[in-house]
Design a protein around this ligand. Sequence first.
Ligand SMILES: Nc1ncnc2c1ncn2[C@@H]1O[C@H](COP(=O)(O)OP(=O)(O)OP(=O)(O)O)[C@@H](O)[C@H]1O
Length: 448
Amino acid sequence: MDDANTRDGRILLVDDEAAILRTFRYCLEDDGYHVASASTAAQALALTRQQVFDLCFLDLRLGDDNGLDVLAQFRVQAPWMRVVIVTAHSAVDTAVDAMQAGAADYLVKPCGPDQLRMAAAKQLEITRLSARLEVLEDEMHKPDKDLHSHSPAMMTVLETARQVAATDANILILGESGTGKGELARAIHAWSKRAKKQIVTINCPSLTADLMESELFGHAKGAFTGASENTLGRVNQADGGTLFLDEIGDFPFALQPKLLRFIQDKEYERVGDPVTRKADVRILAATNLDLDGMVQEGKFREDLLYRLNVITLTMPPLRERRDDITTLAERFLARFVKEYARPAKSFTNKALLALQEYNWPGNIRELQNVIERASIICSADAIDAEQLGLGQVDTDTAPRVGAELSLEELEKSHIAAVLANSSTLEQAARTLGIDASTLYRKRKQYNL
Ligand SMILES: Nc1ncnc2c1ncn2[C@@H]1O[C@H](COP(=O)(O)OP(=O)(O)OP(=O)(O)O)[C@@H](O)[C@H]1O
């Protein structure tokens, strides 16, 4: 049987007439597609279990097998695969039934090479466009980012990032929370030769080991309770592109060997499916945790760290790139006043000074939040220092121990106050007596 495990246009032909399989195959291979063929339902289903296809041409009359049954099984086994029914003129009614059952289109036999080519190109274009749409939708929710910087520390990072973007080296991006590690990862992908393919992001703290395994590598139907469909997994989605593992320090320890093997050999298995698959993926990872320290404590595998940090880039905290504060603040202001239809167009000198003097423990994310809030509450045409709310936390209005408050409210308020008075998240975590990853989660939980 043929190898259809490549990237651009993987097509499965299912027909019990050998002559048709041959003609279709020549015609599609000529156009550069990777083609596999099957002459029975059993062969076709076995192939879709082993390989990922984007498109299938399915004959409805398959000897003793009924093409509609095969279609129904395809819908379960490979729901991502588009199916074009191939049917005799006398059976067009059944083709219409097939469309209702989820087929994408149909072709009437005998069909010429041009019809076949056009049908393939049309379906694969739809697949390509829907993947592109996903990326664009993602980008739409992220307003314009310009990584350009006037600060020497950041300029050095950007220069190295541009150089290494062109290689396939795995990159580890370090830096405090909110410094723009995710933005840098997206920029590296955009500068790389993989830019036409997707960058797929996995937020590691949000998933348990089991969920992470099936999210990353996909699973077979029935692999575990609730696995009602076959899924491809994010690794497959990132094939030819980039996988960004955000907060890699929280990547489940138990799953680290599987990730290591995938990075080394580019091979993996879906959960509940022994077939070994391949994907060509470049890995970018980011963390604000001390991975070397975690290795010492036995919480992160050393061999995995060495695979991830072929190149390490460290994002400077905002307090070390003060030259960029005003530009960033102005860009955020322009965005938010437009978004909320508010009047402020600029900052007063006092406000600009306050922005410069503040320590920004939450970095660019905090700056963005501060400007968003100020742009909403300001009714004048320039934002003043008080509206930024960057002073020390007002102890008169801060919740009091013993007051009628839930523990959660007290905790939130205490964390907010400690954050405001610390120059780094690590320092805040030390003051609070929790580790940085716990603080990270609590900040997200309380939206601080
Ligand atoms: N250069 C930039 N221009 C505009 N916005 C930016 C820039 N860099 C970062 N941001 C914004 O700041 C916020 C934090 O950025 P990002 O999520 O990339 O940081 P991070 O270091 O990955 O944070 P965390 O470690 O908490 O995940 C995001 O909303 C991002 O859009």
